[in-house]
Each structure stands twice: as C-alpha cells, then as structure tokens.
Design a protein around this ligand. Structure first.
Ligand code: GLA
Length: 374
C-alpha cells in the first residue's frame, strides 16, 4: 500500500492558513513521491553543482536523486584539443553527485554536435582514416569513462544516431568509420567500465518511423553481443507531441527488447512552435519575433493549467509503466535554466519545467506529485 502524498502546494496553503501542526506531513518532494516508481533526475549547470547558486543547489538536493550534466561532459568541453583534457568541472559535477548519494549520469560520449572539428581532421584539415578516428574515439572513451569508473553509473554512449525516418544519420562518425561505429563505441565504453549502464539516447523516438529505426538498431547491437542497458527518450515535448498513445506504445516497444526505458531530457514547451517539425535538433535557429514570444511577462493561468494537466497525463503513463521505467530526468531545474529560452529561437521566455524562475513549485509540480504510485 502506498502512502497518500500531499502536494507541496496544499502543505504550504495549510501552513499559511495557520493549521500546520507537528503532525502535518513534511512537504512532499519528487524523489520521495516517486521512490517506489523510478529515479527522478535533473540536468545541472555549473552554478548548481558548484553550489554558487545556493538556492538552486539546495532545491536539487531536496528534490532529485539523480543528476545529468547539461554540457560539461560533452567532448568540446572535456577534451577541447588533442591530448588536452579539462576535468575541472566534470570532477566537481561527479563529486556533487557522490556527496549527495545521487545516481550520476554521463552525457555523452559520441555525438555529431558539440564535438570539435579536430576530432575528424588531420593537421592539414583533411578527414582522418577509419583507424585514426577509431583510435581517437577509444582514447576519449577510456580517458573519460575510466576516470569516473565506479562513480558515474550510466552513460549515454551514442547520442542521436538516427534521422527522423529511422535511417542512420550520416554523421562524421558514420561517414568516416562506417556503420559499426556504434558497436565500437559501446564495446569501448564497456571495456572502460564493465559495471556502468550503457544507453542509446535520442529525440522524437515516439514518431513511429524513428522508433522503428531505433528498435532495429538496438536489436542489432544486442545480436552483436553489445551490452546495452537502456534507451533514453529525450522527452523534449510540447502540449500535443507526443500523443499519449504514442508515448505509451513507445515505452512498451522498447521495454519488450529487455532494456530499461528512461526519459532523459524532459521538458514541455508551451510556446508557439517556431518550425513545423517537432525534432529537437540543436542546430535549429529561427529569427525571434513578437508572436513567437507571447508570454514574456508571465504565463496566463489557462496555459499554466494546461501545462499541469499535460504533465499529469505524461506522468500517469510513466507511473503505469513503472516496472519498465528506470529514471525520469528533467532538462533543467527551473524555467530560467531551460535551453528552451534560447532554442530554437534566441531570447524567449519559456515555461517548460516544474519550478518557476524563483525556484517555486508550479501547479505542474503538484499535478505530477498526485500521479505518484497510483
Ligand atoms: C540534446 C542533447 C542535450 C542538449 C539538448 C538541448 O537533446 O542531447 O545534450 O544539448 O539537446 O540543450
């Protein structure tokens, strides 16, 4: 039997009305509410894990039991030049997770974005051979995964290998190594830390064509004997994508492969769509205009309610699948941190998360809490 949980809004309302007694339950937090369901994570920026922003660091400790690094483990940050690694921030990130007994995620090892050009070129700027690129990939994976062996519990080994139609993306990795670059990456990561969980992570896997491609990819890797522990649905959603049916069917389909399903970068965008497609391709860049940024002075109540309902609907599906879901990670802590303030349009005011710009729980927070353990 699950304990009945009281949303933080009600607890606060009770306290303000002067009816708080020592018997009132402590405000419910996300990690406590979902402790029998799945881990609850957030992607952090340096001001949070270095505790420069005290309030947000405290909020992270209070609410989350897993962390992901927003940027600091990406190749361009941690390995900016040949033979030069900068582990300063990554060490701080990992220490924050260890000190607070959190499940620490590594994001990511092999991606076509935020990877410096030199990785793919020789000294004269020409493409390197398959052998050279494989050797660079191996060195990078061994250096980074090896350093945090036993501390980082799971790695997004390959990020975004697929096109929207489910075919393999012709990234520099694929072009220069061949289709087996994925196999190689997972094998290197497994050798570097045999105990770490290894994930495949991508966006819009709820679209049937892309989902079919990802299912085929994971089946192939499994048939090749690769350790693949989970699939990350990035979860860059909006009010109508994905449909709840698509969401449900996607979780079911991946779970059938025997891999854990994780939502790794959850946010729900309420701003007008700047492009017709829903793909969370980080290279998109659309010119800002008034009508694309309608809520710069606050989110209307009706939309706030819609966001809360949308989150409750999504979490109801997740909780129903709690045996298949390992973790749900939000891409940011407060609305002010979100990449959606600058993507795909720079300088908008976005409201995609559960905490407002002051770190206060939004109605969406309460609606999510009420779905726990149902
Ligand atoms: C993708 C990547 C993340 C991050 C987000 C946007 O989903 O996987 O690392 O860059 O885009 O911030």
């Amino acid at each position: 039997m699950k304990k009945k949980l009281m949303p933080i809004g009600l607890v606060l309302a009770g306290a303000l009305a002067g009816c708080a007694t020592p018997h009132n339950p402590a405000p419910v937090t996300l990690k406590v509410a979902f402790k029998n369901d799945f881990l609850i994570g957030a992607a952090l920026n340096p001001s949070q894990f270095c505790e420069l922003n005290h309030a947000e660091a405290a909020l992270v400790k209070q609410q989350f039991n897993s962390i992901s690094p927003e940027n600091i483990l990406k190749w361009e940050k941690i390995h900016p030049a040949p033979g030069r690694y900068d582990f300063t921030l990554a060490d701080r990130y990992v220490n924050f997770g260890v000190e607070n007994k959190m499940f620490i995620v590594g994001h990511n090892l092999v991606w076509h974005e935020q990877t410096p050009k030199w990785v793919f070129q020789d000294e004269t700027g020409n493409p390197v051979s398959r052998e050279v690129l494989l050797a660079r990939m191996r060195e990078h994976i061994f250096a980074v995964v090896g350093r945090y062996r036993g501390k980082i519990g799971g790695w997004d080994v390959v990020n975004e290998a697929l096109n929207e139609d489910g075919t393999l993306r012709t990234s520099p990795w694929r072009k220069m190594i061949g289709d087996d670059y994925l196999l190689q990456a997972y094998q290197f990561a497994h050798e570097a830390d045999p105990a770490a969980e290894l994930y495949y992570n991508d966006y819009s896997l709820e679209n049937p064509a892309k989902r079919a491609g990802a299912l085929a990819l994971i089946r192939k890797l499994q048939a090749q004997g690769v350790k693949i522990s989970g699939v990350g649905l990035q979860g860059h959603y909006n009010l109508d994508f994905p449909t709840l049916e698509q969401f449900d069917a996607t979780i079911t389909a991946f779970a059938r492969l025997g891999v854990k399903v994780m939502i790794t970068e959850l946010d729900v965008d309420v701003l007008p769509r700047a492009t017709r497609d829903v793909a969370a391709d980080v290279s998109k860049n659309v010119q800002r205009s008034e009508n694309l940024n309608p809520y710069s002075s606050g989110l209307p109540d009706a939309l706030q309610r819609q966001l809360a309902e949308r989150y409750a609907d999504l979490f109801a599906v997740l909780v129903r699948h709690r045996n298949d879901i390992g973790r749900v990670t939000f891409w940011g802590v407060t609305d002010g941190d979100s990449w959606l303030n600058n993507w795909p349009v720079n300088g908008r005011t976005s409201y995609p998360l559960l905490f407002d710009r002051a770190g206060r729980p939004k109605p969406a927070f309460d609606s999510v809490i009420t779905t726990a353990g149902r």
